[in-house]
Design a binder for this molecule. Structure first.
Ligand SMILES: Nc1ncnc2c1ncn2[C@@H]1O[C@H](COP(=O)(O)OP(=O)(O)OP(=O)(O)O)[C@@H](O)[C@H]1O
Length: 661
């Protein structure tokens, strides 16, 4: 349990404020003030998660302001040792100040929490005309007020006394309309959020009051049965083919895991329906992840493996019919709530989880209990399996149709291509890889089922000037065209893409100068001779990491970790973050990958190939901008444009960082 001597010394500072007002879009969703309110609610809920708050109340006032009150420990008000002002003032005015960084310490003020960057309420304060905080703790009732986008208006003052056990925080703020497209808080979204938090924290009462004509109408959410009651309401109206499967599993001191820390794990509810919409909700440390992420990928993986085993065990499979994860997943409705020490989200709005280890964590937690459940509920299991098999049949019929169409214009596939097993172009991916050695690693690491590899020998030709008639005289270029199944064309041509053999064509090159050159040459080929593939979003560039960081275990509370960084900037910020977490600088080892060939298959799979955990950049052009991109290519790639190119480099060259290692 987190310690309860939570005070100013627990509040650490990483950086000074102000960037929020310059670039609000980087810190908040400018549609409406919901995100600013959610940050305040998340803090109150984190007090509930840490075991202190029992009631969180939200009131939306008629004047557009909102109040959030909790009965947790109260924000510390003592003088901050570094800043020499009360901690509560530091928290609302200093970016990256908070009590949630230190995860390694078993008695840190918060171990598992939705907050992590120490940015949240600074955003709410900076984007407000006025913000008032009241804190009750240690027998005193205190108040501090900010105004005009985060300026201190009334310093912290004791305004009364309270009983020794009375504690908590109350924040009221008036969003500044000039930062939002609409100044109105979206009530439905807040209600859904509080409802979900009530399900995730069955011991905490959540209420939402709406002020109308001076009176407050209050709704309360309470799910004594937690996720069961909540999920039953969520799927009411759908008819699942079998009873929902509920489960909950966390790493405990006894069940020591070598990859995960005590308290990490997941809770879930899942059911399958033959038709209708599906419910798909996911949370990380009680933060809703509207766009899902790696934890959802882990649930999918765990559930897929369990069902596949069940189908094999009960000999329900059919010859030649392959079950793929999508068959299991497309009709699943679920609510998933994961707890982890150190989640990484895409951006401060936290809509999507990107922590790679969440895939393994969730899959591990879910798989065994689900297999067990299926085998204890064989009838239910069979009905789910039948639905999955029907999905697989439908998918395979659709793919066969495409295959038949394709085989009419038979072309021989290039000998260098290591193709995938699946015939379904909707799933399949082609990696165009630099060099035979990297090609070999990619072949070992890939999922043979849907990932094909085409290794290139050395640098591909610069095809900018090539005449379409002679394009294929270069064997490498011909191999690419044959593999993808689409003929070269010009912008604006009516192109038949029905022969396209892969939905994604991914350029995979080393993260160095040669790799960048190869990327440019291949992009030149696609932009110049296969522009439709770019317009339709089929071309991607893989982003293999440049660095690997091995972080040793931090006592019993935190197992050893393997982290990856894309470039120097990411490496620097990762190391800073580790230091903030309390990891001793220098206790980690950083290794630089010299090339793709240096990664072992498992690393290459995890960082670059696995769709759930890899990083790839889609190559896109905005509508109507293809011609502009082409003219830049023309300047860069055409032989006769050397003078123009030099001029461009003299003007913009300083913006390009040369990698000269
Ligand atoms: N209601 C509250 N009760 C107790 N402490 C609070 C409360 N609200 C904020 N705090 C303290 O203030 C700190 C800063 O909060 P803030 O919202 O700025 O960042 P965070 O929650 O740490 O991270 P994030 O930027 O991801 O939201 C918290 O870490 C916590 O220590």
């Amino acid at each position: 349990m987190a310690k309860d001597s939570y005070s100013a010394k627990d509040i650490e500072i990483l950086e000074d404020l102000s960037p929020i007002l310059h670039r609000p879009g980087m810190y908040t969703d400018p549609q409406n003030p919901n995100h600013a309110l959610v940050e305040v609610i998340d803090n109150a809920a984190d007090e509930g998660l840490a075991g202190f708050a029992k009631h969180v109340s939200v009131i939306l006032h008629e004047d557009g302001s909102a109040t959030v009150e909790d009965d947790g420990r109260g924000i510390p008000i003592d003088i901050h040792p570094k800043k020499k002002v009360p901690a509560v003032q530091v928290i609302f005015t200093t970016l990256h100040s908070g009590g949630k960084f230190r995860k390694t310490d078993k008695d840190a003020a918060y171990r598992i929490a939705g907050g992590l960057h120490g940015v949240g309420v600074c955003v709410s304060n900076a984007l407000s005309r006025r913000l008032e905080v009241e804190v009750k703790r240690d027998g005193g009732h205190y108040r501090i007020v900010f105004a005009d986008n985060g300026q201190l208006r009334e310093p912290l003052k004791k305004i009364g006394s309270v009983g020794p056990r009375d504690s908590g925080t109350k924040v009221r703020f008036w969003p500044d309309p000039k930062y939002f497209d609409s100044p109105k808080i979206n009530v439905q979204e807040i209600a859904a959020l509080l409802r979900a938090k009530a399900m995730l924290l069955p011991g905490v009462r959540f209420t939402l009051g709406i002020e109308k004509k001076g009176r407050i109408e209050t709704t309360e959410w309470h799910f004594p049965e937690g996720i069961r009651g909540y999920f039953a309401e969520a799927i009411a109206g759908l008819s699942p083919v079998a009873a929902p499967f509920f489960g909950e599993r966390y790493v405990t001191a006894q069940s020591e895991s070598d990859s995960f820390a005590e308290g990490e794990g997941a809770m879930w509810a899942i059911a399958w329906t033959a038709e209708g919409d599906t419910v798909t909700e996911s949370y990380v440390n009680m933060i809703p992840t509207r766009h899902g992420g790696t934890h959802v990928a882990g649930l999918r993986e765990g559930v897929y493996n369990a069902i596949k085993n069940f189908i094999d065990l009960h000999s329900m499979g059919q010859r030649g019919l392959k079950i793929v994860p999508e068959d299991v997943w497309s009709r699943a409705s679920y609510v998933l709530a994961v707890k982890m020490l150190d989640p990484q989200f895409k951006g401060q709005v936290k809509n999507e989880l990107i922590s790679r280890e969440a895939v393994k964590l969730t899959a591990q937690m879910v798989r065994d209990p689900f297999e067990l459940w299926l085998n204890q509920h064989v009838e239910e299991g069979k009905r789910i399996a039948e639905l999955v098999i029907r999905q697989a049949q439908a998918r395979s019929r659709a793919a066969q149709k495409v295959e038949r169409r394709k085989s009419s214009g038979v072309a021989v596939l290039p000998g260098k291509l290591t193709d995938c097993a699946s015939d379904d172009p909707e799933r399949n991916e082609l990696f165009i890889v630099e060099g035979d050695s990297a090609g070999g690693s990619a072949k070992q690491a890939r999922d043979k089922e849907f990932q094909a590899v085409l290794p290139l020998k050395g640098k591909p030709k610069n095809t900018w000037q090539d005449n379409p008639d002679t394009l294929y005289s270069n064997k490498e270029i011909e191999a690419i065209a044959l593999a993808i199944g689409v003929d070269h064309h010009k912008p604006g041509d009516a192109v038949d893409l029905s022969g396209l053999r892969y939905k994604r064509i991914i350029i995979l090159a080393d993260a160095d100068v040669d790799g960048a050159h190869i990327q440019v040459l291949l992009l030149t080929l696609f932009f110049r001779h296969f522009p439709k593939l770019i317009e339709r979003g089929h071309v991607y560039v893989a982003q293999p990491p440049l660095y690997r960081i091995d972080v040793p275990a931090q006592g019993k509370g935190r197992p050893a970790r393997k982290l990856y960084a894309l470039d120097d900037a990411e490496l620097e910020s990762l190391l800073e973050k580790l230091t903030d977490e309390g990891v001793r600088p220098g206790s980690w080892t950083v290794s630089r990958f010299k090339g793709l060939g240096e990664m072992n298959p498992e690393q290459l799979w995890e960082t670059t190939l696995n769709p759930d955990t890899r990083r790839v950049l889609p190559v896109t052009v905005a509508d109507g901008e293809l011609h502009e991109s082409l003219s830049i290519f023309n300047m860069m790639m055409a032989r006769e444009n050397a003078a123009q190119r030099r001029e461009w480099m003299e003007t913009y060259g300083n913006l390009v960082e040369a990698d000269i290692t």
